[in-house]
Design a protein around this ligand. Structure first.
Ligand code: NAD
Length: 355
């Protein structure tokens, strides 16, 4: 099947080529999929997209006009893909529902530890031959209460790891997991109780219409003063403006972000020579008690290998006229949530290949 892979990054290229096993004729482009680059898909039956791609209504329509029949999402989250429009136009979509929940859960815990034990500051000080400890005092995770919002695959691994630290676990989810209650003594509570009772809150839900801005002023106001908030899910699960207000008034003591509401067209790019005109991001970066990583939680060898394998498994199914169990377009309406988020094209240098 002739397939175009958008937003290809150096670190994933070898995994994707290996998983393809030369089965499909691939066009690899570094450009993100956006309205202006949709025409690159002309003559391709399938497109492979990533979380930073803009697979909005207009783009899906353009892909349809270009003759695309399949969209393979090389990610768990698909809030950036208008599945409903794709379905209406007869385009099949599939994601990679599980590749390594360990990668993301471990990164969430890495953020917790880095914030608590002030690892970034300590390393900076030591490199300046300052070996004092006075400003590096943290707290034991042992016996602290951790609120896990979203106890699916990633949240369950987080529960297992944090149980190992001796933490008390609270969970909030629309579906409870008996196993987590029995094995890790996790107690399910409502979101408000979780927010008011936790020392650390970690977010692991998909972004959809029910979770957008789930962490907002109302929830922040009931949190413990000095709470630690970790978001490796999707940027818009938190209301960034409200979170900034809570950093300013001291309600949030620590913030760890792997995702950001307006990350599209920014995260995954080297913009060190550009001027990023995003005052909200700049403001977030100005706090000493905030750590931001560039949507890297998925970036482990194991995860990249599994992402590539399942992506090409989905394509293989379609090219053999089989349905993939990872198809999103044959699921109910509840699975077709699409949350349009702005793609800041201006900061991305589009390097359209000559053809
Ligand atoms: P999952 O589907 O296994 O778990 C998600 C959980 O959220 C489910 O238990 C679901 O019931 C729950 N949920 C959904 N809506 C909810 C709501 N309104 N209130 C409470 N709970 C709700 O998914 P997962 O594999 O654990 O991944 C979770 C999310 O993490 C993904 O959707 C994706 O957005 C994000 N993610 C981020 C990265 C990264 O690199 N930072 C990588 C992978 C996934």
């Amino acid at each position: 099947m002739k397939t175009i892979v958008y937003s290809i990054k150096d670190f994933e290229r070898s995994y994707l080529l290996k998983a393809n096993k030369m089965n499909h004729e691939l066009t690899l482009v570094e450009e993100p999929l956006i309205s202006d680059t949709a025409a690159l898909a002309n003559g391709h039956e399938a497109v492979i997209v990533f979380t930073g791609d803009d697979v909005s209504t207009t783009v899906v329509e353009k892909l349809h006009d270009a003759g695309v029949k399949y969209i393979a999402i090389r990610a768990v989250g698909y809030d950036n893909v208008d599945i409903k429009t794709a379905k209406d136009l007869g385009i099949k979509c599939a994601n990679v529902p599980e590749y390594s929940p360990y990668a993301i859960a471990e990164h969430s815990v890495a953020l917790m530890l880095a914030l608590n034990r002030k690892i970034v500051l300590a390393n900076k000080q030591v490199h300046r031959y300052n070996f004092t400890v006075g400003n590096l005092v943290g707290f034991d995770l042992h016996q602290k209460t951790i609120g896990i919002v979203g106890t699916g695959r990633i949240g369950s691994v987080a529960a297992k790891i944090l149980h190992g630290f001796g933490c008390n676990l609270l969970g909030y989810d629309i579906e409870e997991k008996q196993e987590l209650k029995e094995k890790y003594n996790l107690k399910y509570v409502n979101l408000k109780t979780l927010c008011s009772s936790s020392d650390i809150i970690t977010l692991n839900t998909p972004l959809n219409t029910t979770t957008k801005y789930m962490i907002n002023k109302e929830m922040l106001d009931v949190m413990k003063t000095g709470v630690m908030l970790i978001n490796t899910a999707r940027g818009a699960v938190i209301n960034t403006e409200h979170v900034i207000h809570s950093l300013d008034n001291g309600k949030i003591g620590y913030l760890g972000l792997d995702v950001y509401e307006r990350e599209k067209g920014v995260f995954f790019y080297d913009l060190s020579k550009n001027k990023v005109k995003d005052d909200v991001l700049k403001k977030l970066m100005s706090y000493p008690n905030v750590i931001i990583t560039p949507h890297q939680a998925f970036a482990t060898n194991e995860a990249l290998s599994n992402i590539a394998d399942t992506t090409f498994y989905n394509l293989d199914c379609w090219s053999n006229n089989n349905a993939s169990e990872n198809e999103l377009t044959n699921k109910g309406e509840e699975n077709t949530d699409y949350i349009p988020t702005p793609f800041r094209l201006k900061v991305v240098k589009l390097n359209m290949p000559k053809r």
